[in-house]
Design a protein around this ligand. Structure first.
Ligand code: FAS
Ligand code: PHB
Length: 389
C-alpha cells in the first residue's frame, strides 16, 4: 500500500489530522492498535479551547459540537469555604466549550467513514522504518498478516505509550519529566451537575473537580493516592469524600448516583524534543503529557495538529518545506507554555505530601492574589481559554 501520510494512532490527534488533510485532497492511512469502540470507551478530556473548535469547523466536523457543546464563560475556584469566579469572557472575550473528548473522537470517526478514509484497527507490531531516508515506510500486522505502507511522511499520533517517540534515536531525543505524587480518581454519573460551571476545589483533604458532559451527565474527580485502585472506592465513599472537598453549600446541593465509569489517571508533565525526526512528526500525547488540571492535554494536541497540517499543506500545495521544517520549534513553543500553566495550576490546587506549613501559606496567598487581582485573573483566563496558535 502507498499513501502520502501514514498516521499512527486513531485517537483525536490522528483523526483530526487525517480529516483536515483529506479536506485538502491529501491522502492518509490511519493505523489504530485497538477497536473503534475501545477508543470511544475511554473517558478523557472535557473542555475545548476555541482553537480546537475552529479546527473541528475547518474539518467540517463541528455541527454536533455547536449543537450540544456547553458554552462556559467562566469557572469557579474554591479553597475551604471561599469560592470565586474567573470570568473568561470578561477578561478575554472568549469562552470555552464543554464537549467530551469521546464525542470529538466520535464525530471524527464519522467523518472518516463518510470520506471513505483508510483506517486499520487492531494493528500490531507497528514499526516505522527509514524515517531518516527517502524510503520511509511502516510495517505492521493485522490478525497476524504482515502489511507494509510506503509513505512520504509519518505522523506519530499514538499517545504516550505508542511506538513513534521510541523511533527517534535516544541520542537525538531529549526528554523532560515530572511525575506527581498523586492521581485523579474520576467518575461519570447520570446525575445533574452540581453547578452549571466547573468547580476547581483546593481543600485540606486534597483537590476535587466538578465537571460535566451535559445536563444529566456529570464528571467528578478527586485527588487520590497513587496506590489507590478504582475498586478501593465505593460510590458512597467517593461521594462522601467529594462533599468534604467542595464548599458546604455546593455539597448540600450535590445530586449523587451510581457511577457508570470509574478510573484513576496518574499525573505527569512530560515533553520530548524534538517533535520531528526526518519524515516522522510527533503529535499530541506521543510528544507531551500534562496533568489534566488545566484541561490542556487534548487542546495542545490540537495545536500540534494545526502546525503539522498547515506544514504538510504547504509542502503538497506549494512545494515548500518551510512549514514542516519549523513544525517542531513552533509546536514546542506552545507546548511548553501549556506545560507551565498545567504545572502552575496543579501546584495551586493540589495537596503535596512534602508541603511544609510555609508552602501551604504560599498556596493560600497565591489563591488570595488570584481572587483579588484582576491582572492575575486575566492571565489565568488567557491560559485557560488557550494561548494563540
Ligand atoms: P491518545 O492517547 O488519545 O490516542 C492515541 C491512540 O494511539 C490511541 O487510540 C491508542 O490506542 C493508539 N496507539 C497507541 N499505540 C499504538 C500503536 N503502536 N499502533 C497504533 N496505534 C497505537 N486531557 C484533558 O484535557 N482533560 C482531561 O481530563 C484528560 N484526562 C485524561 C485521562 C487519561 C487516563 C489520559 C491517559 C489522558 C487524559 N487527558 C486529558 C489527556 C488526553 O485527553 C490526551 O491529551 C488526548 O487523548 C491526546 O490525544 P492523542 O494525542 O490522540 O492521544
Ligand atoms: C473533564 O470534564 O473531564 C475535565 C474538565 C477540566 C479539566 C479536566 C477534566 O481540567
Amino acid at each position: 500500500m502507498k499513501t502520502q501520510v501514514a498516521i499512527i494512532g486513531g485517537g483525536p490527534s490522528g483523526l483530526l489530522l487525517a480529516q483536515l488533510l483529506h479536506r485538502r485532497g491529501i491522502d492518509s492511512v490511519v493505523l489504530e492498535r485497538k477497536t473503534k469502540d475501545y477508543v470511544l470507551g475511554r473517558i478523557r478530556a472535557g473542555v475545548l479551547e476555541q482553537g480546537l473548535v475552529q479546527l473541528m469547523q475547518e474539518a467540517g466536523c463541528a455541527d454536533r459540537l455547536h449543537a450540544e457543546g456547553l458554552v462556559h464563560d467562566g469557572t469557579l475556584i474554591s479553597y475551604g469555604d471561599t469560592m470565586f469566579r474567573i470570568d473568561f469572557t470578561e477578561h478575554t472575550g472568549t469562552p470555552v466549550i464543554v464537549y467530551g473528548q469521546t464525542e470529538v473522537t466520535r464525530d471524527l470517526y464519522a467523518a472518516r467513514e463518510q470520506a471513505g478514509g483508510a483506517t486499520e484497527f487492531n494493528v500490531d507490531n507497528v514499526v516505522i522504518r527509514g524515517a531518516d531516508t527517502d524510503a520511509c515506510h511502516v510495517t505492521y500486522t493485522v490478525h497476524g498478516q504482515a502489511r507494509r505502507i510506503d509513505c512520504d511522511f509519518v505522523a506519530g499520533c499514538d499517545g504516550f505509550h505508542g511506538v513513534s517517540r521510541q523511533t527517534i534515536p535516544l541520542d537525538v531525543r531529549c526528554e523532560y519529566e515530572k511525575v506527581y505524587p498523586f492521581g485523579w480518581l474520576g467518575i461519570l454519573s447520570e446525575t445533574p451537575p452540581v453547578n452549571h460551571e466547573l468547580i476547581y476545589a483546593n481543600s485540606p483533604r486534597g483537590f476535587a473537580l466538578c465537571s460535566m458532559r451535559n445536563d444529566n451527565l456529570s464528571r467528578y474527580y478527586i485527588q487520590c493516592s497513587l496506590s489507590d485502585k478504582p475498586d478501593d472506592w465505593t460510590d458512597e465513599a467517593f461521594w462522601q469524600e467529594l462533599k468534604r472537598r467542595i464548599p458546604a453549600d455546593q455539597a448540600a446541593r450535590l445530586v449523587t448516583g451510581p457511577s457508570i465509569e470509574k478510573s484513576i489517571a496518574p499525573l505527569r508533565s512530560f515533553v520530548t524534543e524534538p517533535m520531528r525526526w526526518g519524515r516522522l512528526f510527533l503529535c499530541g500525547d506521543a510528544a507531551h503529557i500534562v496533568p489534566p488540571t488545566g484541561a490542556k492535554g487534548l487542546n495542545t494536541a490540537a495545536s500540534d495538529v494545526h502546525y503539522l497540517y498547515n506544514g504538510l499543506r504547504d509542502f503538497y500545495e506549494n512545494g515548500s518545506s518551510a512549514g514542516i521544517d519549523s513544525y517542531s520549534q513552533k509546536a514546542l513553543a506552545r507546548v511548553w507554555k501549556a506545560e507551565r500553566f498545567s504545572w502552575w495550576f496543579s501546584s495551586l490546587m493540589h495537596r503535596y505530601p512534602d508541603q511544609s506549613e510555609f508552602d501551604l501559606k504560599m498556596q493560600v496567598a497565591d489563591l488570595e492574589f488570584l481572587r483579588t487581582n484582576m491582572a492575575a485573573q486575566k492571565a489565568m483566563a488567557e491560559n485557560y481559554i488557550g494561548l494563540p496558535y
